[in-house]
Ligand binder design. Structure first.
Ligand code: HEM
Length: 229
């Protein structure tokens, strides 16, 4: 419970810091050279990203919120899709340079892929694989918090090292973007190896028989507690 509370606090602080400019028509991203459609997608990305993060907390606290798992899961997946697609679109035309764009597109695509694999696994009744893919998806979704913490640190280090501002502007964003989500997914893989689920394959009826595998009480939702943090 302590880990979940710390996680929830981090998410709430991140959202309280990130959201206000975008609720009042402002932006922290320079908009001068961006196409017309950019700002609408950016705001949609941020609002749905916030909902996905909050729904994800319910999933990570599975031990306490088990009865909300199936509804929070649907909300998470419904938000993850537009968040990832919008991230790829705005990420392609990022004002922070091509290396940053490559990171954005890779991150958005992997998050979408892992979410889709997580959904496919649960539809097929494989709860252990569902857990692994959805934790990977969440690691990438929450890596935006690492990004915002790493950003000022990298820029301070470059500054302290006497890097000229032209160099800081050119390489700084890329030095933040790639490590942020590589750290998150690396940590997630370490965590998955450290805490295998208690039951790997869920016994029950074949997957596509009309039963909802995420609904509480479903025979196939019987992972032995390893789904949350
Ligand atoms: C799959 C993960 C994500 C990707 C690939 C991604 C990508 C992006 C991109 C490309 C931008 C525009 C700035 C730039 O060009 O670098 C952006 C901005 C932003 N994103 Fe995301 N994002 C992701 C997840 C999230 C989530 C879950 C949130 C939660 C609310 C979020 C909140 C924001 C905010 C607040 C901004 C505006 C910049 C700021 O004010 O700091 N992002 N994101």
């Amino acid at each position: 419970m302590k880990k979940l509370l710390v996680g929830a606090l981090l998410v709430l602080v991140f959202l309280a810091y990130s959201l206000p400019p975008y609720l009042t028509g402002g932006s922290r991203v320079p908009l001068d050279d961006q196409p017309n459609w950019y700002y609408g997608l950016l705001v949609g990305h941020i609002l749905l990203g916030s909902v996905a993060m909050l729904a994800g907390l319910v999933q990570l606290g599975r031990r306490w919120f088990a009865k909300y798992h199936w509804i929070a899961g649907r909300i998470y997946v419904a938000c993850a899709l537009p968040v990832g697609l919008a991230a790829i679109a705005i990420g392609t035309v990022t004002p922070f340079g091509p290396v940053n764009a490559a990171s954005n597109v890779t991150l958005g695509s992997l998050m979408l892929l892992f979410t889709a694999l997580g959904v496919r696994a649960i539809v097929g009744g494989d709860v252990a694989a569902h857990r692994r893919w959805m934790l990977r998806s969440a690691a990438l979704m929450y890596s935006v918090i690492i990004n915002r913490i790493l950003g000022p640190i990298i820029f301070l280090v470059l500054d302290a090292a006497g890097a000229p501002s032209s160099m800081t502007d050119a390489v700084g964003p890329a030095l933040v973007a790639w490590p942020s989500w590589l750290i998150a997914i690396g940590f997630c893989e370490w965590w998955l190896r450290r805490t295998p689920p208690k039951r790997r394959r869920v016994a029950g009826t074949p997957a596509r028989n009309g039963e909802d595998p995420l609904r509480p009480g479903s025979e196939r939702v019987s992972l032995g507690g390893g789904g949350g943090i």
